[in-house]
Design a protein around this ligand. Structure first.
Ligand SMILES: [Cu+2]
Length: 214
């Protein structure tokens, strides 16, 4: 019986060691890929205790340097890195949109358990539906003139310092973004102007961080 127990114990500890080695090497690879850049963890933790914080919460860099953010959580919890640099650019993850009241929505795949959320004040024969904000879901920048640019996944952005809004899009851990098609694993910003840049996660607005550029 003891022999049997020992036999079980060895493979389990080997698996645990392997998992630790794999996760350590993943983090090392992420760091190696951006050597010279500052790396900030967005969230973290696991299914019982996901973290809603940026680690480190504050980084200090020089003009021309970059910061890379990635989500190391063990489950598919989404976060954003969002620079709301103009008060009017503040926004939310789910927001109302007006659609003609004749518009019919069909859930996909047909017959599955879902329907649009209809609510809010009606306006001129329009219905109000609540939808996910594409300027939170996708990497987006809004320049000083109000021009909106949607970027591709895992965006690298050059921050001039005059923007109104710069957003990472949803950041998911690598391999855990299936529920969020088009989501990213990383977001990198190169800062071209000295200053203090506050940011937040729009999904969890109490998650705040700061980049000080000297
Ligand atoms: Cu978050």
């Amino acid at each position: 019986m003891n022999t049997r127990k020992n036999f079980n114990f060895v493979p389990i500890s080997a698996i645990v060691t392997a998992i630790i080695l794999v996760s350590t090497s993943t983090i090392t690879n992420v760091n190696a890929a951006v050597s010279g850049a500052n790396v900030v963890k967005v969230g973290g933790g696991n299914a019982t205790a996901p973290l809603t914080s940026f680690t480190p919460q504050q980084v200090e860099i020089k003009v021309g340097q970059s910061v890379m953010w990635y989500n190391p959580t063990l489950v598919g919890e989404p976060h954003t890195v969002s620079f709301v640099l103009d008060n009017k650019s503040n926004t939310n993850f789910a927001i109302p949109f007006a659609v003609p009241s004749s518009t019919k929505f069909m859930v996909l795949p047909p017959g599955s358990n879902g329907q649009p959320t209809v609510g809010g004040p009606p306006m001129n024969g329009m219905n109000t539906i609540i939808g996910i904000n594409g300027r939170v879901y996708n990497p987006v920048s809004i320049d000083s003139s109000g021009n909106v640019k949607v970027m591709s996944q895992n965006a690298n952005y050059n921050m001039t310092g005059s923007e109104k809004y710069v957003n990472s899009g949803l950041l998911l851990p690598k391999g855990k973004g299936q529920e969020f098609p088009g989501s990213s694993n990383t977001f990198t910003v190169t800062f071209q102007k000295a200053g203090t840049y506050n940011y937040l996660c729009i999904v969890h607005p109490w998650m705040v961080g700061k980049v000080i550029v000297k």
